[in-house]
Design a protein around this ligand. Sequence first.
Ligand code: URA
Length: 245
Amino acid sequence: MNQTNEGVRLQKVLADAGIASRRACEDLIAAGRVTVDGEKVTWFGARVDPETAVIHVDGKRIPTRTELRYYALNKPRGVVSTMSDPRGRKTLAAYVGDVPERLYHVGRLDTDTEGLILLTNDGELANRLMHPRYGVSKTYLAEVHGPIDRDLGRRLKKGVELADGFAKADAFRIFDQVGRRVLVEVTLHEGRKHIVRRLLAEVGYPVQQLARTEFGPIKLGRLQSGTIRALSTKEIGELYAAVEL
Ligand code: URA
């Protein structure tokens, strides 16, 4: 942050990040709601380097690096979670055709799992979201054959021993039921391969179909299968907060 002519005016940086109009951002600054690198900035004409400044509005981190992109994709079943496939199968690249930046997928889903995958060119954020240290939670809907044992939620939350170690759910509930087809919702905060399928198989409920509906603070919502949407400034701020950025 500086009071010289270097950098970009703070209200422009905030407006470019989609917070509000430049005029309204000036008001936010004057009202003392904006901090830069941890310090409250209220003076008119403050400039920052958007590449390096850490800006918060009302305590929420604001994404300021305009070259960074953040998307949510609803991956259809049958699509491999890579950007290219030597065997010629359909990949995530098929859905990011209009985006000029090179994007990375945040983790993977099994080819026969559908649902939420985050895509970004923010390598630091992507790495942290996948790092066990931050324990970012993911929520899945799994179709299994009922009836469901009354004890199932307790067993999953207590945890089970899998071939590669202990695993447990943070939350469990029956989401829907049609005859013997039961949709269960499972939340956990780890990313080992096939973890939900292995966990449910271990307790006697092999998964018939699987979809990821949430990744940390991001929800799949009504995003149609095979479509991609840009995350909002608020959502990006929530992702930063989830991994202490
Ligand atoms: N757990 C699984 O078993 N499969 C996925 O695709 C994701 C989590």
